[in-house]
Design a protein around this ligand. Structure first.
Ligand code: NAD
Length: 330
C-alpha cells in the first residue's frame, strides 16, 4: 500500500468537487480525506491523525485541538475564522490561515451591478415589460450617472475596487474610512456626515463589528439631502433595517440594493419584498465559478505551504510565530 507522508482532512465543505484541493496537495504526497463532519466527537475521530485541516463550518474547539497531536495547520475556506478557537490553536502551535481576498472582483462587480440597475432601472423595466407594459414613462425620472458622487463607507480591498471601476463612468468618489492612513488615489477622504450629505449613491464596504452595527439608522437617513441610492454588499446589520424600511417609505432615499440583510433569508412579510425601488440578492456577492475555484486552491495551498515549511499567504494568528509545531523557514 502506498505510504503518504502527510494526511490532510477536510472537516466539512459545502462545495461539490474537491479537485482543486487534490491538485494542490497531491504534489507533496498528501493523502486527502473528505470527512464531512460537524460534531465535536466526529471531528476528533476523523482528524486525529491529520497533519493539516481544511475547514468550513465545523467548530474547531480547544478540546478538538487537544486531541489532534499531529495537526500543524488549519486553513479556513474564506475570510472569517469564527469556527476556530484561535487562542487554543496558538497555544498549541497550530497555524491558522485564511483567504481574505478571493472575491474582490465579484463583490465589487455586484455592488456596481446594483448601482447601475437602480440608476438605469433595468430590474424595474424588466418586470414591467414582462407584465405587458412597453412604456418607459413608468420609469421617469432617470438621471445621468456621469457627474454623480459615490460615497464609500469603508474603503478597503472591495471599496477601492468599486471606486476604481465606477470612476470610469465619470463618477466622483468620496469615502469615509477612519482607519485609512493615506488618501487612496482618486478618492477624497471625508468625515462620515460629509459622505451622507454629498453622496448620490452610498455603498457600504466596512466590516460588521460593535462600532459598525446599525451605523446607518434613523438619524443618518435624515442627513442625506440628495436622497441617495443605498447599496449594501457587506453585512446586513450595518444598516438598521427598520429605519431603512421607514426611510424608503418616506422617500428619504431613492432606492436600495441589498445583497445582505439583517435577517437572511427575509421574512415573507418584509415590506422591501414588494418595493419596486429595492433590489435584493441572496448574499451571493462572493460567488462566481472562478472565485470558488480560487478559494479552494488557495485554501489547500495554505496547508501545503505549512507542511513544506513555508509561511502561507495569510496567517490569522500571527502570535503563533516562534512556537509552531511545523518547522518553518524564516
Ligand atoms: P477590508 O478589510 O479590505 O476593508 C474594510 C475597510 O473598512 C477597511 O479599510 C477598514 O479600515 C474600514 N472600516 C473599518 N471600520 C470602519 C468604520 N467604522 N467605518 C468605515 N470604515 C471602516 O475588507 P474587504 O475585503 O474590502 O471586505 C469588506 C466587507 O465585505 C467584509 O467585511 C465583508 O463583510 C464583506 N464581504 C461580503 C461578501 C458578500 O458575499 N456579500 C463577500 C466578501 C466580503
Amino acid at each position: 500500500m502506498k505510504q503518504h507522508p502527510y494526511q490532510v482532512v477536510i472537516t466539512d465543505c459545502d462545495h461539490g468537487s474537491i479537485e482543486e484541493e487534490k491538485e494542490e496537495l497531491s504534489p507533496i504526497g498528501a493523502e486527502l480525506v473528505l470527512a464531512q463532519v460537524r460534531e465535536e466527537e466526529e471531528v476528533i475521530r476523523a482528524c486525529k491523525d491529520a497533519d493539516g485541516l481544511l475547514n468550513q463550518y465545523a467548530l474547531l474547539t480547544r478540546r478538538v485541538f487537544e486531541h489532534l497531536p499531529k495537526c500543524k495547520v488549519v486553513a479556513r475556506y474564506g475570510v472569517g475564522v469564527d469556527s476556530v478557537d484561535l487562542k487554543a490553536a496558538t497555544d498549541l502551535g497550530i497555524i491558522v490561515a485564511n483567504v481574505p481576498d478571493y472575491c474582490i472582483d465579484e463583490v465589487s462587480d455586484h455592488a456596481i451591478a446594483l448601482i447601475l440597475s437602480l440608476m438605469r432601472k433595468t430590474a424595474f423595466f424588466n418586470a414591467k415589460v414582462k407584465s405587458g407594459q412597453w412604456d418607459f414613462h413608468s420609469g421617469i425620472p432617470i438621471h445621468r450617472i456621469r457627474g454623480k458622487t459615490l460615497g464609500l463607507i469603508g474603503s478597503g480591498k472591495i471599496g477601492l475596487e468599486v471606486a476604481k471601476k465606477l470612476s470610469s463612468f465619470g463618477v466622483r468618489v468620496i469615502a469615509f474610512d477612519p482607519y485609512l492612513k493615506t488618501n487612496p488615489q482618486g478618492i477624497e477622504l471625508k468625515n462620515f456626515d460629509a459622505v451622507l450629505k454629498e453622496s448620490d449613491f452610498i455603498s457600504i464596504h466596512c466590516p460588521l463589528n460593535d462600532s459598525t452595527r446599525h451605523l446607518i439608522g434613523e438619524k443618518e437617513f435624515k442627513k442625506m439631502p440628495k436622497k441617495p441610492i443605498l447599496i449594501n454588499t457587506s453585512r446586513g446589520p450595518i444598516i438598521d433595517e427598520k429605519a431603512l424600511i421607514q426611510a424608503l417609505q418616506e422617500g428619504l432615499i431613492t432606492g436600495a440594493g441589498l445583497d445582505v440583510l439583517e435577517k437572511e433569508p427575509p421574512d415573507s412579510v418584509n415590506p422591501m419584498l414588494a418595493m419596486e425601488n429595492v433590489i435584493l440578492s441572496p448574499h451571493v456577492g462572493f460567488y462566481s465559478e472562478e472565485s470558488i475555484s480560487e478559494l479552494k486552491r488557495r485554501t489547500a495551498k495554505n496547508v501545503s505551504d505549512v507542511l513544506m515549511g513555508r509561511w502561507p499567504g495569510s496567517v490569522v494568528n500571527q502570535e503563533v510565530k516562534g512556537k509552531t509545531r511545523a518547522p518553518m523557514s524564516g
